[in-house]
Design a protein around this ligand. Structure first.
Ligand code: FAE
Length: 551
């Protein structure tokens, strides 16, 4: 196995005390870490290079959920697959012996080509708390558009490297609204169970939960929700809850109980590199090529010519390459695939793509807010970053919402309950190529999140009223109560059965497929990656049977 060089990352000291906020809130002190260090394999991933000018049978763009499913199933069917991934392999520890950045302090590994962290909860007591870091191909990208910044994972494993691991299958009665052209029977009979099993979704030991110190915040949140008449539900996860029990018992290195989540979990999380991609590696037919960014795809004799930039860990282009592939799977995520496709259409590389490409984008109704509890309701000093409970108010037709009770782990008692709400927001954005700048813009406006705020208020206002609690207005800057200008769950931009056929084929271009979250039109009613995975499983099964003769 060849481990890519992780060079030039000697740490830049961070010269002030500060705080770092994640999906919950994470505390940080300045520090230095040397990136790179002694190569040591984390998982036996088939990391390789790619020579300029070669021809490959199948090229997959992006190593997240869609890409991992496609690569595994194609390889199991006997195909040779090359995955090109913009981010790093994340299999080489830094000088601190860890793969991922600590949160005390964050370093360059935390952030994608930025000299500052860019956190969702970016203030505390009204003071900005983002931290300077070394510019590096770090694991979390915060991509800024006019009215929203969109968080994404970068690296071999995509979003699975940075996400909260919440693995939720939507309620079946809501499925026809989520993916209207897909048969629910096959999804709930075959593909959701397959995705859950492959992703190693597991459930918390509910008896242990009732006494675990790290979930006091969740029990308090549940109690206050119940007083207002709301019920909660346990949330399955891909984080290994047995490992977490051992963390709480003090017998293994800490991860979820050491504020790790947003910048990667060094232990405990069963991310794609340990599940789908590890199985894909075992076939011997998959090569993953990190630090390569695809820029252009156009028809060529024998298939499609794909242009890509090989980048260094500071983001500079080391080499530009072209490869010819017989088939290409777009799996660069909702934002990545949408940007690529609108660019190909506008620049004439793939002019026959439908006009609908780029449209139908939504934020899964994401909005955040925090409540300040009474002194009688402490939320605990040591909190697990893995969310265990959600308040399910989706049956409220006037404003359906699912409000996670998330952690706020700054290492001191804060009496804070933080919530990420997933709501039904009807607004949809469109990606457009700007000929003047050569960039792709997204026309989403921050004000479009008002329906999400309204739905979240239908849960949090009654809790505040019955518990005598208040909203925090010091966490999102400008005295704002609502974290309404960022999203963790980008969905759509190349909607199934609109921009593609009902299985993700770009029909004007035989051999081009889309197989990621860009296919889902803006909402999944719950956290999305189980649906992204199940849909990819469904689509690749049909493609294998009908296009590649694997019946
Ligand atoms: P994704 O996993 O993002 O993979 C796309 C890959 O393509 C990435 O590795 C990119 O680096 C790569 N790429 C992009 N552009 C290019 C290019 N031009 N050339 C080469 N490679 C490229 O896409 N979902 C849940 O269900 N539960 C959660 O708890 C949860 N928490 C989240 C927390 C955070 C902080 C974030 C950012 C997301 C969270 N999500 C969660 C969303 C979830 O991770 C997301 O829906 C999936 O990752 C989407 O899967 P895709 O395969 O579409």
């Amino acid at each position: 196995m060849r481990v890519p060089a992780v060079s030039g990352a000697s740490g830049q000291g961070i010269g002030r005390r500060g705080f770092l906020v994640g999906a919950g809130l994470l505390a940080g002190l300045g520090g230095t870490v040397r990136l790179g260090g002694v190569p040591r394999a984390r998982a036996a991933l088939p990391i390789g290079g790619l020579e300029d000018g070669v021809t490959v049978p199948i090229l997959v763009i992006g190593a997240g959920y869609g890409g991992a499913v496609a690569a595994l199933r194609l390889a199991q069917a006997g195909q040779t697959v090359t995955i090109v991934e913009q981010g790093m392999a994340w299999n080489t520890p830094g000088s601190d012996g860890k793969i991922f950045s600590g949160t005390l302090p964050p370093d360059g590994r935390s952030s994608w080509l930025s000299t500052m962290t860019d956190q969702p909860t970016d203030h505390l007591l009204g003071v900005p708390i983002d931290m300077p870091v070394e510019r590096y191909t770090g694991v979390l990208a915060a991509e800024h558009f006019e009215g929203i910044r969109v968080y994404q994972g970068r690296g071999v494993g995509g979003g699975s490297l940075v996400n909260g691991g919440m693995a939720v299958t939507p309620r079946r009665e809501f499925f026809p609204d989520i993916l209207p052209s897909v048969d629910p029977d096959e999804m709930y009979g075959t593909y959701y169970p397959r995705a859950n099993s492959m992703l190693r979704v597991n459930h918390i030991d509910e008896q242990w939960f009732e006494s675990a110190e790290c979930y006091q915040y969740a029990r308090v949140g549940r109690e206050l929700a119940a007083r207002a008449g709301f019920s909660t539900t346990f949330v399955p996860n891909v984080y290994d809850f047995d490992y977490m029990k051992q963390e709480q018992a003090g017998t293994v290195p800490l991860s979820a109980l050491n504020r790790e989540s947003l910048y990667g979990n060094n232990f405990g999380k069963q991310s794609l590199d340990k599940t789908y991609l590890a199985e894909a590696a075992a076939t011997g037919r998959v090569t993953v090529v990190p630090l390569h960014t695809v820029t252009r795809v156009a028809p060529a004799p024998g298939g499609y010519r794909v242009w890509m930039d090989q980048i260094g860990t500071d983001g500079h282009v080391i080499a530009t390459k072209t490869v010819v592939a017989q088939r290409v799977f777009f799996a660069a995520g909702s934002v990545g695939t949408s940007k690529l496709l609108v660019t190909q259409k506008a620049t004439g590389a793939l002019p026959g793509l439908p006009d609908s490409v780029g449209s139908g984008w939504g934020n899964n109704g994401n909005v955040m807010a925090a409540r300040q509890n009474q002194l009688t309701d402490p939320t605990g000093v040591n909190q697990s970053t893995i969310t265990a409970l959600g308040i399910d108010n989706w049956d409220d037709t006037a404003g359906p919402a699912f409000a996670e009770i998330t952690s706020f782990p700054i290492g001191i008692e804060t009496f804070v309950n933080l919530h990420l709400a997933i709501t039904k927001n009807p607004n949809r954005g469109t990606f457009r190529f700007d000929q003047a700048t050569g960039r792709v813009d997204l026309d989403w406006q921050t004000a479009w999140n008002q329906p999400s705020i309204d739905a979240a208020k239908r849960i949090l206002d009654p809790i505040n009223a019955s518990a005598g609690t208040t909203y925090r207005n010091d966490l999102f800057g400008g005295g704002k109560i609502w974290g309404d200008d960022f999203a963790y769950h980008p969905l759509g931009g190349c909607v199934l059965n609109e921009s593609t056929d009902n299985y993700g084929r770009l029909t004007a271009y035989p051999g081009l497929y889309v197989i990621d979250s860009s296919l889902i039109p803006g909402s999944t009613t719950v956290n999305p990656f189980v649906t992204v995975t199940a849909l990819a499983e469904r689509n690749i099964a049909a493609i294998l049977a009908n296009d590649l003769g694997n019946r």
